[in-house]
Design a protein around this ligand. Sequence first.
Ligand code: SAM
Length: 225
Amino acid sequence: MTLGENKTQPDFKFYGRIKGVRLSDRQSNLVDKLLPQLRLDLNQPLPVGHGDVWLEIGFGGGEHLASQAINNPETAFIGAEPFVNGVAKLLVAVEENNISNLRIHDGDVRVLLPKIPDSSLSRLFLLYPDPWHKTRHRKRRMVNDETITHFHRMLKPGGVFRFASDIEDYVDWTVSVIKKHGGFDFTGKSVQDWRQAPDDWHRTRYEAKAIREGRVPSYITFKRK
Ligand SMILES: C[S@@+](CC[C@H](N)C(=O)[O-])C[C@H]1O[C@@H](n2cnc3c(N)ncnc32)[C@H](O)[C@@H]1O
């Protein structure tokens, strides 16, 4: 499969960046040689069902995902990200750190979600999803009734959905979608508790920029009932 075939499907219109700046020679080489080894084959049963599996949706440059994979060698990781420059950055981290517990879906996660079996994930990360500020664009947000239903279905009872955003309106939006769904418990007693990054947090460049620009992150952990 060449790069791109796994990106999108006609069912989903993708509204983000898939291509960015030119890849370095090293990154191109990793995309050609390493990515095919790590890419999930969606026509085969997914490597879930044995031990803990954690999924990160929209991993960007992969800094958080790589750090989690390094620190939790017994856990199997899946990362989904259609932006090739982000995937290429993750591949560099995989090579440099000899990460062997990670598989990649280099495409739209909405294609992957229906393939993930029920109660197969212990953790799910959605960190700084694209904000889609304009009211008419909000339906493009990664958090919506359909995706939350998948998140709930895929997580084991007691499994964790960790969400972070620097956009207050997106935090409110997510809380209301989750409340409406009803299948998750909230952890943290007040909004103040959501200001504290989890202990095992790894700051990405995206988050560092948001903080530099004066935005305040919220970190919310939802537990599947
Ligand atoms: C604002 S960035 C945040 C990146 C990273 N999570 C971080 O915190 O640094 C949002 C990311 O979500 C990815 N994304 C957007 N739509 C997606 C989709 N349908 N499936 C998977 N990833 C998606 C984008 O390509 C982008 O890398």
